[in-house]
Write a protein of this length. Structure first.
Length: 305
């Protein structure tokens, strides 16, 4: 009974400590404000479509110009069959470029590129590395280890205290960006939220593991996030399979497959199936949680002496 009370008390205490503002949290808040401004600016300027894209890229005619050309041709007095073809082409061009392309543009520009490979890892490590890393740097780990709890129970309690904050920042931040984007974002939120949830849990397990394994967990986590998630996660080849964001995006691709969402070059990106991505993300979360508890139970933390 005493052990159970101590376990839940440690979760509550750790959860409260996570709420205190610190440097990484301020950075995460700044990134959220910047991303929200970027999304809102694109929404105000009507950029969630392909009408301003040029063919060929760089100096060609925009899709919007093509729509206007079709509109002018539609108004010309043409024969029956020619007028029908022109009307069909104009309607198709308008639907694909100006209307239905919004979800495609938002997914590729914001969800896959900005959020999944950059914001989500940084937002997660803002809390996940603090569970044990902050206690070690502040010299409070001795007090924590003196509680009537086993070390694996302490490790689990710290993880359970950090996960709600990670989910609140990732899921809440993702929802905010989606709402600010209008209907393309609302559709993205409805389709992608399960992938964001699973990716957050896997990243939280990884960064919490680093808190038990490395003394400067925040520094190691930032290096991992930039090199493996942001840079390697967008490179061709198999190196990106070491990043959690790769499997998160593969799950997103399968969830949005019926809307025509897929990697730009599937033969180079080499995505895996959604079921395999779910298996990897769930396995990573469980294995790293168990491995972290095992290391935490046996590591001597010499900096405490």
């Amino acid at each position: 009974m005493t052990g159970s009370r101590a376990f839940f008390y440690l979760i509550l205490l750790s959860w409260q400590r996570q709420a205190r503002a610190h440097l990484m949290l301020w950075i995460a808040g700044g990134l959220l404000a910047f991303a929200a401004f970027l999304v809102l600016a694109n929404t105000w300027n009507g950029r969630w479509n392909m009408s301003y894209w040029r063919v060929p890229g760089g100096g060609g005619v925009t899709y919007g110009d093509q729509i206007r050309a079709f509109a002018m041709a539609r108004d010309l007095p043409l024969a029956g069959s020619a007028a029908s073809v022109t009307q069909l082409a104009w309607s198709t061009q308008r639907l694909v470029v100006d209307d239905a392309s919004g979800f495609f543009v938002f997914s590729n520009r914001i969800v896959f590129f900005l959020f999944t490979t950059f914001l989500m890892p940084l937002w997660t490590l803002s809390f996940a590395t603090e569970g044990l890393g902050r206690e070690r740097e502040a010299g409070n780990l001795v007090w924590v280890l003196s509680r009537p709890l086993s070390r694996p129970a302490i490790y689990l309690a710290k993880f359970l205290a950090a996960v709600p904050w990670c989910l609140a920042l990732n899921m809440g931040g993702f929802a905010l960006l989606c709402v600010l984007a209008g209907w393309p974002g609302i559709l993205a939120l409805a389709i992608y939220w399960p992938a964001v949830l699973m990716g957050t849990l896997a990243l939280a397990s990884l960064f919490h593991f680093l808190g038990a394994f490395a003394r400067r967990a925040s520094v190691v986590a930032i290096l991992y996030a930039f090199f493996l998630e942001t840079i390697a996660g967008n490179l061709p080849g198999h190196l990106k399979r070491l990043s959690i964001s790769f499997y998160t995006r593969c799950l997103m691709f399968e969830q949005a497959h019926e809307f025509g969402i897929q990697p730009e070059r599937p033969s180079i990106y080499l995505p895996v199936s959604g079921s395999f991505a779910v298996t990897v993300l769930a396995t990573v979360s469980i294995v790293l949680l168990v491995a972290g508890a095992w290391i935490f139970a046996r590591k001597e933390y010499l900096e405490l002496t």
